[in-house]
Design a protein around this ligand. Structure first.
Ligand code: CMX
Length: 132
């Protein structure tokens, strides 16, 4: 498959506004967008850091993936998202290699991207997202 770069790093936070304040006031990055992704039960805040974005994730529902993650592991790095050319082909290749997928077809994610997640049990413990 053709991964081009790290599109973003997803960071699970308890309170989006408090976390934004840290990234803006202390780290000096600028939040350029807050977006709710209902399908993923999250509210997200985006920052550009060179070619890579930082995506802060606050859960909107108690049973959402980010809420469960924070309950189990606390705040922190939640996933790494790679930009890929040809997400459908990439998913076909992953299936052929018996990699456990969370989404076997792309869905619409934040920023209008087509996304799919690979299960951390198949990736040495990191939740990986593919984006196109
Ligand atoms: N990174 C690494 N490992 C993770 C993880 C993460 N983000 N989330 C869960 N795990 C691990 C758990 O620790 C657990 O490991 P152990 O069995 O060793 O304890 C294992 O994966 C299974 O976890 P679980 O708690 O039984 O399963 P969940 O019901 O929490 O589901 C996952 C985990 C990854 C399948 C689910 O969170 C998911 O489908 N994620 C994809 C969607 C998503 O995360 N959306 C939010 C972001 C959306 C966005 O970026 O817009």
């Amino acid at each position: 498959m053709n991964l081009t770069h790290i599109e973003h790093i997803g960071i699970a936070v308890k309170n989006l506004e408090e976390a934004i304040k840290f990234y803006e006031d202390i780290l000096g990055l600028k939040c350029y967008k807050i977006e709710e992704v209902k399908d993923q039960k999250v509210r997200t805040a985006f920052f550009q850091a060179g070619e890579t974005k930082i995506e802060l994730l606050e859960s909107t529902e108690a049973d959402g993936p980010v809420s469960k993650f924070i309950e189990k592991r606390g705040e922190g790095i939640h996933h790494i998202a790679f930009a890929v050319n040809g997400i459908k082909q990439a998913l076909t290749e992953l299936k052929q290699n018996d990699v456990k997928l969370i989404n076997d077809t792309p869905k619409e994610g934040a920023e209008g991207l087509n996304i799919a997640f690979i299960h951390p049990k198949s990736t040495h413990g990191v939740l990986i997202e593919l984006c196109e």
